[in-house]
Design a protein around this ligand. Structure first.
Ligand SMILES: C[S@@+](CC[C@H](N)C(=O)[O-])C[C@H]1O[C@@H](n2cnc3c(N)ncnc32)[C@H](O)[C@@H]1O
Length: 293
C-alpha cells in the first residue's frame, strides 16, 4: 500500500442508518428521518436517530427542530444544491442518483476528446448535446454541463425548472449552454424528432407516476413509447442512462426496451442497482440504473 493514500472522501450527503420502515440521512447540516417502506429490518445504529433535525410522516408532514421553511445547501461531487423540505416528503435530491455522475461525465469527455476542434476554447463549441428528461432539480444536468455538454433540461414542473436554475447559479454554471424547458417529456422528444434534432446522450429519470400532456404518466405503460421516441432522435453511438427509483421493478424489460429503442444488441445495456449503503451496515435498494455506452 502506498504511503500517500488519499484522505477518505468527506461525504456531505450520506445514508446514516435505515430500519423499522424508515431511512436516516445526513444532508449537509441536517439529519433527516423519512419513511422507507423497503427498510424492513431493525435499525443498526439506534443511537444515531436521537438527534434528528427534520422528520417526515405522510400523516403529520414535516416536524423536528429545524425550520422547515428554510432552504439549505449541500455539496455533491463539487456541485452546490439547494435543498428544501417539500410537501411530498422530498428534499430536492435523490442521493442514489449521484453514483451515476462519474459515468455520465466520462461519456461526455469521451465525445469531447473525439471532436475535431477540441481545445478551441469557445464555450459550447462542439459540445455533445445531452437530453435530460424528468430532470428535476438538475443534478445530472449540472454534472454533464460542467463536463462540457450542451444540455436540454426538460421537466413538466415550472417550480422544478426554477429550482434547477438556482442550483446552476449556486454551482457557478449559469453561463453553460443549458436550455431550460418546461415541457412534457414525450411531447418534447417527439417535437425534436420533427425538427430533425439529434442527441449524443440521454439521461432519463422517470417517476413511477407523474403527469403527462396526454393525461397521466405511468412508468409501466408509457416508458416503451418514450424510449422509442428517444431512439429516433439519437446519434448512432448515443449513450443512455435510464434510472427508475421504483422498488420491486424487474430490470430485464427495461434492458430490452433500451436495446430495442437505441438499435443495439440485447445484452449491450447493463443494469446496476440504485442503492445507498450506510456505515451502520444498512443498505437501501432503491431501483435500477440501465446504462448504454
Ligand atoms: C423522479 S423525479 C426525477 C429525479 C431527478 N432526476 C433527480 O435525480 O433528482 C421526477 C421528475 O419528473 C417530473 N415529471 C413528471 N412527469 C413528467 C412529464 N410527463 N414530463 C416531464 N417531467 C415530468 C417531475 O416534475 C419531477 O421533477
Amino acid at each position: 500500500m502506498g504511503s500517500q493514500a488519499d484522505p477518505p472522501e468527506r461525504r456531505d450527503v450520506e445514508l446514516v442508518d435505515a430500519g423499522d420502515g424508515r431511512r436516516l440521512e445526513r444532508f449537509g447540516s441536517r439529519l433527516v428521518d423519512r419513511p422507507a417502506a423497503i427498510a424492513l429490518g431493525p435499525r443498526l445504529a439506534p443511537s444515531a436517530w436521537t438527534a434528528i433535525d427534520l422528520r417526515y410522516d405522510a400523516s403529520d408532514g414535516w416536524t423536528g427542530s429545524a425550520d422547515r421553511s428554510e432552504p439549505w445547501t449541500v455539496e455533491v461531487r463539487g456541485l452546490t444544491l439547494e435543498l428544501r423540505a417539500t410537501a411530498s416528503g422530498g428534499v430536492g435530491l435523490y442521493p442514489e442518483h449521484a453514483a451515476n455522475l462519474a459515468w455520465l461525465e466520462a461519456r461526455v469527455r469521451e465525445r469531447l476528446s473525439g471532436s475535431p476542434s477540441r481545445g478551441s476554447g469557445a464555450p459550447g463549441e462542439d459540445a455533445p448535446a445531452v437530453l435530460n428528461l424528468f430532470a428535476h432539480t438538475g443534478l445530472a444536468t449540472l454534472a454533464v454541463a460542467r463536463a462540457g455538454a450542451a444540455v436540454a433540461h426538460v421537466d413538466a414542473a415550472r417550480a422544478s425548472i426554477a429550482w434547477a436554475r438556482r442550483n446552476a447559479a449556486l454551482s457557478g454554471l449559469e453561463d453553460r449552454p443549458i436550455r431550460w424547458l418546461v415541457d412534457d417529456a414525450r411531447a418534447f422528444v417527439e417535437r425534436e424528432g420533427r425538427r430533425g434534432r439529434r442527441y449524443a446522450g440521454f439521461v432519463i429519470d422517470p417517476p413511477s407516476f407523474g403527469r403527462a400532456e396526454s393525461g397521466r404518466w405511468s412508468l409501466r405503460d408509457d416508458l416503451g413509447a418514450l424510449l422509442d421516441a428517444c431512439g429516433r432522435v439519437a446519434a448512432e453511438d448515443a449513450f443512455v442512462l435510464l434510472t427508475a427509483h421504483t422498488t420491486g421493478l424487474d430490470p430485464e424489460p427495461m434492458l430490452d426496451a433500451v436495446a430495442r429503442a437505441f438499435g443495439r444488441r440485447p445484452g449491450e445495456p447493463t443494469a446496476q442497482r440504485l442503492a445507498l449503503a450506510a456505515e451502520s451496515g444498512a443498505i437501501l435498494e432503491l431501483g435500477w440504473a440501465i446504462r448504454l455506452a
